[in-house]
Design a protein around this ligand. Structure first.
Ligand code: ATP
Ligand code: NI
Length: 264
């Protein structure tokens, strides 16, 4: 049984035109994919494609004017209002795209401890320091407030928070945005290690090379629709093994392949 199944996920936003006319804008249409234990699944697509909304729908953190339909299951159990609170933070955790999700009024160590407690764990000072160190952060970061962090540090603090309970499913929404190559590699390697240890990981990214280096499969989203699911290993050579046009186009668009094609 898959760790996570998403079937026919549709999402639209309700808004008003003028004072009385209600309209709906459809932003996700018929999205479906599975994630298995031991797997990193990359969700790739351009800006505005709908990647973050898939994650927000899964975690139930959409704005009030969102209308969602479709089926999501965690280990076969339907994710709904009753089951989701038992899963969040314990069995599945989200690394959000924006660091505005950190509480501006609390230091990083408190936020890490809260996350652990929400997931049913109590951590000691040494555990907190070790969690920060895993992402290249000094122990002193524990006393820092979010406004004292650089963008890349804030992202790494959020990663420490998301992973503190060792969730079965980790969804990382553009985890390397704003990070230098070394820190990006650290985070992506930790995601890979979480999957290799038996968890499932969804890696949301713009970058095909990043996805291919760390993921097993790649799901492609364009304009709110799924336009291809490919094994990462099929992005090779001329791309003849790729089943989707979108996958082939993405592969051909990589600079090294365009160079190869020009010299073929
Ligand atoms: N609260 C909202 N109300 C209305 N439209 C929204 C809302 N949030 C997102 N959208 C729209 O839904 C679409 C998908 O947004 P989403 O944030 O999922 O894109 P994304 O693929 O994550 O992009 P990026 O790579 O830039 O983060 C966009 O067109 C966006 O404008
Ligand atoms: Ni996004």
């Amino acid at each position: 049984m898959s760790l996570l199944q998403i079937e026919n996920l549709c999402l639209s936003f309700r808004h008003y035109r003028g004072l009385v006319h209600e309209a709906q804008t459809s932003v996700l249409r018929g999205i479906g994919f599975d994630v298995d234990r031991g797997e990193v699944l990359a969700v790739i697509g351009g800006s505005g494609a709908g990647k973050s909304l898939v994650a927000q729908a899964l975690f139930g953190v959409l704005p009030g004017n969102a209308l969602v339909s479709g089926i999501m299951r965690f280990e076969g159990v339907l994710i709904d209002k009753t089951t989701r609170p038992r899963l969040l933070g314990r069995r599945m955790a989200l690394l959000p795209q924006s660091s505005s999700h950190l509480d501006p009024m609390a230091n990083c160590s408190s936020q890490l401890r809260w996350a652990a407690r929400r997931g049913g764990r109590t951590i000691r000072k040494a555990d907190a320091q070790a969690a920060f160190l895993r992402f290249g952060l000094p122990a002193s970061v524990g006393k820092a407030f979010p406004h004292e962090l650089s963008g890349g540090m804030a992202r790494r603090v959020m990663m420490a928070i998301a992973t503190i309970t060792e969730p079965d499913l980790l969804v990382a929404d553009e985890p390397t945005a704003g990070l230098d190559a070394g820190n990006a590699e650290t985070i992506l390697s930790q995601l890979r290690a979480a999957a290799d240890a038996g968890g499932g990981v969804i890696l949301i990214t713009h970058s095909l090379p990043e996805a291919l280096k760390f993921a097993d499969r790649v799901v492609m989203i364009e304009n709110g629709q799924l336009v291809g699911t490919e094994a990462a290993a099929d992005f090779t050579g001329s791309g003849a093994s790729l089943r989707s046009h979108y996958g082939q186009a993405l592969w051909q668009a990589l600079p090294q392949n365009a160079f190869g094609a020009a010299n073929a």
